[in-house]
Design a protein around this ligand. Structure first.
Ligand code: CO
Length: 134
């Protein structure tokens, strides 16, 4: 079902500082920041040859990463995103087996313009997993 690791998302207390850190310490290519109001985050992408690191910062009152940052004030790894060929089939299989898809279970358009869902970390050894259709 899973094909590639698409990105690792890291919540950071200061997007500009985190972006500069990747740029100056690793000579990494980083994007401009982008607000994703539907997801309650502002993102900056660090581009790697075969993957991406997403730097996330809360956006708005109901940001899903605000509590994470409160609990982890220096930031930390927030989720892993795997690519799937058919997100509808993936959801049906997982839900059929008793796994929980967060946010009502329907895919939303994610940071890369593709349908995504998040899976309950309690079903995956404490790791929040995002599936993105490709
Ligand atoms: Co993500």
């Amino acid at each position: 079902m899973l094909t590639k690791l698409n990105h690792i998302a890291v919540v950071v207390p200061d997007l500009v500082a985190a972006s500069e850190n990747y740029k100056t310490r690793f000579n990494a290519e980083v994007s401009e920041s982008k607000d994703l109001p539907d997801h309650g985050v502002t993102t900056i992408f660090v581009k790697l040859a075969d993957s991406t690191i997403e730097l996330l910062h809360p956006l708005g009152e109901d940001s899903p990463v605000a509590k994470f940052l409160k609990n982890n004030p220096r930031g930390g790894i927030h989720h892993l995103c795997y690519e799937v060929d058919d997100i509808g089939a993936a959801i049906d299989k997982l839900v059929g087996e008793g796994a929980k898809v967060l946010g009502g279970g329907a895919p939303k358009i994610g940071a890369h313009g593709k349908p995504v869902v998040f899976l309950d970390p309690r079903d995956f050894t404490g790791v929040l997993i995002e599936l993105e259709q490709h």
